[in-house]
Each structure stands twice: as C-alpha cells, then as structure tokens.
Design a protein around this ligand. Structure first.
Ligand code: ATP
Length: 576
C-alpha cells in the first residue's frame, strides 16, 4: 500500500513537472474552490429541507412555493458548478495525460527499451505497447477525479460534522446489561461507525477484485495483440489457409478472458450483496437513526428532515472509499504497472554497453576480439580482427543460424550477449534488416525513413532508378497510408524500396542483412552496381547467401566450414 502511494506520488510529480503541469495545479485549485462552493450549496440544501418540510407541516402554501423557487436556484447553481468543475478538470487531464504519455513514450524509445524489454505475454510487464496510452489516461483520470474528491471530502467532512454536531444536540439513552448509557450527539458518532464498518466489509469482500481487474486487463491486451498480429500477417495467413489455426489461437485467448471474467463476475456479485443494499439504504438510514429524536420531541418534522439531510451528506462523504473502491483499485493497478514499466525502461539505459568502443585512426571500421553469443550463452561467432576502410565492401556468407544477423545486432549495439572491442567510424550508418520495414506513412516518407522526405521529385527519380515505376506508386508518393497493406508492395518491390532508402539517405556505412534475397540475380546485380556508382565512398558490410555481384571489389568472410555453436577456440574468422 505504501509502495503504491509512493508510485502514485512519483507519477503525479512527473505530470506536474511537465509542460503545463503547473497550470494544471492552478486549475485543480479552481476546481477545489468550485467544490467548496458545492459544499456551501449542500449546506443551503440542508437548510432548505428544514424550511420546505416546516412549510408543509404548517400547511403554508406560500412558503412552500417560495421554497420550490429556492430549490430551483440551488439546483441551477449546483448544476453550473458541476459542469464548470468537470470542464476544468478535463483541461487538467489533457495537460497531465500529454505529459505522462510523452514521458512513457520517451522511456519506451530511449536506449531502445521497446527492443530490450521482455514484453511477452508471460512477462510481468503486461503488454506495455498495448497499454501505455490507456494506462496514462486511466491514471490521470482517476488521480484528478479521486484526488480532488478526497480533498473536497475532507473539507466537507469537517463542515457536515460541525453542522450535525450543532443540530443533534440531544442524547440517546438506553440500558445495556443493566447499565444506563447516555450518548450525547449520538448522530455524529453513528455516522463514522456506520461507514467504518461498511468500508471494512467492502474491502474484505472486494480485495480480490483488484487482482482480478489486473488479470482482466492483461488478458484483454493479449487478445488485442493476437488480432493485431493477424492483421499484420494477413497475407501469409490467407495464403496458408490458416484461418482455423488463427481462430483457435484467438479463441484460446478469449477463453482466458472468459475464465477470469467469470471469477470477476462472481466477486462483483459477492461485493454487490453488501454494496447494493448499502447504496440503496445510505439515503434512508439517516432518517431511521434520527427518528428517535423526532419521537422524543427533540425536533419537529422540518428539523428531522434537516437532520436526515445533514447526516446523509456526512455519510456519503465518509463513504468515499466505498463508492470509489473500483476506481481506486484501477488507480492502484495502473500506477503500479506504469511505474514498473518506467523503472525497467530506465534501468536499460544504466546497463553498460557490451562492446568497448575505441577510436580507430583513418576513420576505419575496426573490430577486435569480438565474440557473439546466443541468449543461453553459447558462442555463435568469434572475430579476432576485422578492419574495413571507408568505401570498402565485405561479404559475410555462411549457413543459417550461425549468427550472421546477430553479428549485425551486436555491432549496432542492441545485442547484449557479446563482448569485444569495436571502433565505429563517424558518419551516418544504416542497418537494413532481413525483413524490410515499411513505416506507416506515405511512400516518400517510407523511402526517406528515418529522415524526412525533402524533395518528392528526387524520391520519384530514386524510385525510378531502383525499378519502382508504376502509376500506382507515383500516385501514392505523398499520400499517407499503411504501406505493406495499402500499397501492396511485393517482397522484391519492398527490397527495391530499401535500396532507394540507401540512395535517399546516403549513409557512409551500410550494413545489409540479406536485403536483396527476394530479387532475381540480374536485378540484384544491377542494384548493387547502382549502389556502388551512386555511393563510391560508402563502406558496405553485406550478409547474403549469394555473391554481391555488381558491388565491385569485396572481401569475403566465409563461415561455411564452421560448425554451428562451436567452442570459441574452434572458430576464428580472420579477415585479411
Ligand atoms: N532474440 C533472440 N532470442 C533468442 N535467440 C536468438 C535471437 N536472435 C537470434 N537468436 C538465435 O541466434 C542464432 C543465430 O541467429 P541469426 O539470426 O544470427 O542467424 P543467421 O546466421 O543470420 O541465420 P540466417 O542465415 O538464417 O538468417 C539462432 O540460433 C537464433 O535462434
């Protein structure tokens, strides 16, 4: 509980420190001031109860009509207060949610946490990519909602207690085990005892609901992920007639949702056995408790209604915990999830880089004593020394699974299971993985990725140069859409697009991981030639199962005669 409060405080302070956060605080004070107005209106309503019922008791029609007019005015003021307060509260939510979402995304992207963090369905991190936006919304919504309610409630509590104390200046007397007991101001004591017992019961009956809510959100996110994955792979699924298998995967996930949902319904039912009658009686119980005072002649009907109304206000304010139980459960689950995601993302930045970086003379790309392992610690590759000059080309060729792609990941700095030294030359570097990545956006944005497209005409020309000339592509050059689904590029076309990306971004170093594997040998050679003539000073490190013809002179690193997962001393790849 203590930890949860600390996490809520840390996330709230993050929201306040962000842009517009302080203005948010100012808005919160305005909402609080408006809520205090609401307390004053509630006091007026309590007095109204007395005056209206007194008028009825005395058959005074004029006074009763006058009270109906006052009721209209109080209602108007109360509705205006509610609408303005909730509008301003949402302005705070916009500011704080923007800051919190920004901070979460910063952590998600910094140090490539999105790649490093284990986000499997069994990971305790619980699908951060599926939940970031929703969690930030829930957290800010519940924090501003429940936080402000709590402050207002505390003020309301003292006001209503003081009023009730004044109104209930009469005792209740009864005999218990032969002893006469007299309790002064008994209504003031009855309210907290009544609510305390009720809150305890709510928590006792509802505590398992918190855990069930967390599991439910987790499983819902798993199902959304499976559906999103189907959308991404729809072509393969359609071609392989995988509908039945996919349906089973999704059904399995739905069944998990269903199983937890059943538990949740049962628990909500159990909780409802207590809370539902509580909601229904909370407005009447005060009258029942106050009516001995009426019978004993301490108050008239108007006074009884005023007492009942003041007691109801006090009990509803005290019942904040019971009424807010579900939202508080959500706030606590969301705060814990967000905080744990942020902590884990931050620790990634603190881990030392696995490869020691040194400066190489003449701006060469230099590897010394590099060992690449798989996650279980088995050695994949060992490179004692490799030096590549700017403008040179290297072809790495070897069997599947030997660790070629992993070598590129190690060089890019994202693979933690490696050691050795590396000198990465200055200048722009582009790593193109086996599977072409087509970001959401226009064709021009896709070509220039990760840069911004500056000149559509130039990109049009580059697409033409790599053989992507089709009126359809021309029309889609600047039109936003989802590549890969909307543009329907073939595997080979996607790889041509990657070559256009190299030409558009003009890096000094290019690492290609089977980036031309879907092209025929002739097209591949043409494209390599185009790359070499357009970028004569660029160094190329090419992983491919076919010789990179057209790239000019290159050195080959042949991994064919190396056993898979060899011992470190068995494998020494030396590039002359
Ligand atoms: N993220 C990962 N988690 C666990 N194992 C991995 C991961 N990435 C790669 N591996 C393992 O490391 C080994 C080398 O994989 P890698 O992709 O580097 O092979 P490769 O030589 O590029 O093969 P191919 O020619 O088929 O692309 C494989 O056994 C693979 O299963």
């Amino acid at each position: 509980m203590n930890n949860t409060l600390k996490r809520i405080a840390a996330l709230a302070s993050l929201c306040i420190r962000g842009p517009g956060g302080k203005t948010g605080i100012l808005y919160c004070f305005i909402v609080l001031a408006l809520n205090l107005v609401e307390i004053q209106l509630a006091l007026k309503m309590i007095t109204w109860n007395r005056d209206f019922y007194s008028a009825l008791e005395k058959y005074d029609a004029r006074a009763a009509l006058w009270q109906i007019g006052i009721f209209g005015l109080i209602t108007l003021a109360s509705a205006s207060q509610f609408l303005i307060a909730s509008y301003i509260r949402q302005l705070v939510q916009i500011r704080w949610r923007t800051t919190l979402t920004g901070a979460s995304l910063d952590r998600w992207f910094s140090n490539k946490a999105y790649w490093h963090l284990n986000t499997d369905e069994n990971s305790p991190l619980d699908n951060p990519d599926q939940r970031i936006s929703e969690d930030c919304r829930i957290f800010v919504d519940r924090l501003t909602g429940k936080g402000l309610d709590l402050f207002t409630g505390l003020v309301g509590l003292t006001t209503y207690s003081a009023l009730l104390w004044k109104l209930s200046a009469f005792p209740i007397a009864f005999t218990l085990f032969g002893t006469e007991i007299v309790i002064e101001h008994y209504l003031v004591w009855a309210a907290p005892i009544y609510v305390l017992i009720s809150s305890g019961l709510t928590h006792w009956m509802g505590a398992p609901l918190m855990k069930l809510n967390v599991i439910q959100q987790h499983r819902e996110a798993d199902m959304r992920f499976a559906l999103a994955r189907l959308r991404e792979s729809k072509e393969a699924v359609a071609l392989e007639n995988g509908e039945k298998a996919e349906r089973e995967i999704i059904d399995r996930r739905y069944k998990r949702i269903l199983a937890n949902w059943r538990h949740r319904i049962n628990r909500e039912f159990i909780l409802g056995i207590f809370t539902r009658p509580y909601y229904m009686t909370v407005l009447r119980i005060p009258l029942f408790l106050a009516f001995p005072a009426y019978l004993m002649g301490y108050v008239a009907l108007g006074g009884l209604m005023q007492l009942g109304s003041a007691f109801t206000r006090l009990v509803t304010t005290l019942s904040w915990f019971i009424f807010s139980y579900k939202e508080l459960a959500e706030l606590s689950a969301t705060a814990n999830r967000l905080a744990s995601f942020m902590n884990q993302a931050e620790t990634i930045g603190k881990q030392p880089r696995p490869l020691v970086e040194f400066t190489s003379p003449d701006n060469k790309f230099h590897i010394r004593d590099l060992t690449v392992r798989n996650p279980s610690g088995q050695n994949l590759l060992h490179i004692p020394e490799l030096i590549v000059k700017p403008g040179d080309a290297i072809w790495i060729d070897g069997p599947s699974g030997i660790g070629k792609s992993t070598l590129l990941k190690a060089l890019s700095g994202i693979w933690p299971h490696c050691d050795g030294q590396v000198a990465l030359p200055s200048g722009k570097t582009l790593f193109l993985p086996q599977k072409a990545y087509l970001p959401l956006g226009s064709l021009a944005e896709c070509v220039a990725y990760p840069d911004k497209p500056d000149n559509p005409e130039r990109i049009r020309q580059l697409l033409k140069n790599v053989g992507l000339t089709c009126p359809r592509h021309d029309a889609q050059l600047e039109q936003a859409g989802e590549l890969g689904s909307d543009y329907r590029l073939s595997g080979g076309e996607q790889q041509r697009l990657m070559i256009a990306r190299i030409l558009a971004t003009r890096p000094e170093w290019v690492f290609l991981d089977e980036a031309t594997s879907s092209l025929d040998a002739q097209a591949e050679e043409q494209l390599y030639r185009l790359l070499r003539t357009s970028l004569p000073d660029t160094g190329f490190i090419v992983i491919a199962h076919r010789e990179p013809k057209g790239l000019g002179e290159y050195r080959r690193i042949d991994l064919w005669d190396k056993p898979c997962h060899p011992r470190q001393d068995e494998l020494a790849v030396v590039a002359a």
